[in-house]
Design a protein around this ligand. Structure first.
Ligand SMILES: [Zn+2]
Length: 253
């Protein structure tokens, strides 16, 4: 048995065998790991804050046969605003699902940890948490090499001009010289503002990632684009955000 100390974000937390909990932890160096949070009352009260969903904490973990359990934990940042707002909570849950899917299949990746750190902070404070979650998952796709061609024609690498036609099938813009099938199922037209926004999200340093101005129209177009890009490239439906749209007047009464 050995111990390891690491910072980690709690990406998911669920009950396990009566009173224990299992945590999915996103760490800088170990990637995504599963850790058991033991059930003893003393332990539970001691580590409760540190094991809350979406908090960032410093963990000391014991490792036995590559199984982790929490020996002690102290909270660094709890992002309490997320639990108190349905939009933030849904946005964070959606982004966490995508980041977890990627981290589970990839080598440990410090960039992914950092991108999550910037994203969850922004989700906790932004006026547009759902939009931030969508842009965070779009940048994540870029980080793992699922990058759309947004600078030149995906076929001939020539200059692109308005109207900016984007082919989902081919994964990039098409210049005016290209023949393209006219079914809307395969392509979409991006406005100048939307394209500028998507380019910013795909390339800017994390520090400036969520520092942009975008019109409502560009936000809406970029959201549709990011959702479709995510689902087609990950070959999975992500349903959490749809719940918000179905329940615009959701109340706790
Ligand atoms: Zn071309």
């Amino acid at each position: 048995m050995s111990t390891v100390a690491t910072k980690a974000f709690v990406m998911n937390s669920f009950p396990w065998k009566e009173r224990h909990r299992l945590l999915h932890l996103l760490t800088p160096d170990l990637g995504l790991i599963t850790a058991l949070a033991p059930a003893s009352e003393r332990m539970r009260s001691e580590i409760r804050g540190a094991t809350q969903l979406f908090s960032l904490s410093e963990f000391v973990l014991t490792v036995r046969q590559s199984r982790y359990s929490v020996r002690s934990a102290s909270v660094i940042e709890s992002f309490i605003e997320i639990a108190e707002d349905l939009d933030r909570l849904t946005a964070a849950s959606h982004a966490a699902e995508v980041f977890t899917d990627v981290a589970r299949h990839d080598e440990p990746n410090r960039a992914l940890f950092e991108l999550w750190a910037y994203s969850i902070y922004e989700i906790s404070v932004s006026e547009y948490p759902v939009f931030v979650a969508r842009m965070a998952t779009f940048r994540l796709m870029v980080e793992i090499g699922l990058t759309p061609c947004l600078d030149s024609c995906v076929r001939c690498h020539g200059h692109v001009d308005e109207p900016f036609r984007f082919s989902f099938l081919e994964g990039g813009l098409l210049c005016g010289k290209e023949e393209f099938r006219k079914t809307q199922a395969e392509w979409t037209v991006l406005s100048h503002g939307t394209l500028a926004l998507l380019r910013h999200i795909a390339t800017s340093p994390y520090k400036k990632l969520f520092r942009f101005y975008a019109s409502e129209e560009a936000q809406s177009e970029a959201s549709d684009f990011a959702d479709r890009w995510l689902e087609e490239r990950m070959e999975k439906r992500y349903n959490r955000l749809a719940l918000l749209e179905q329940n615009p007047t959701f109340s706790f009464s």
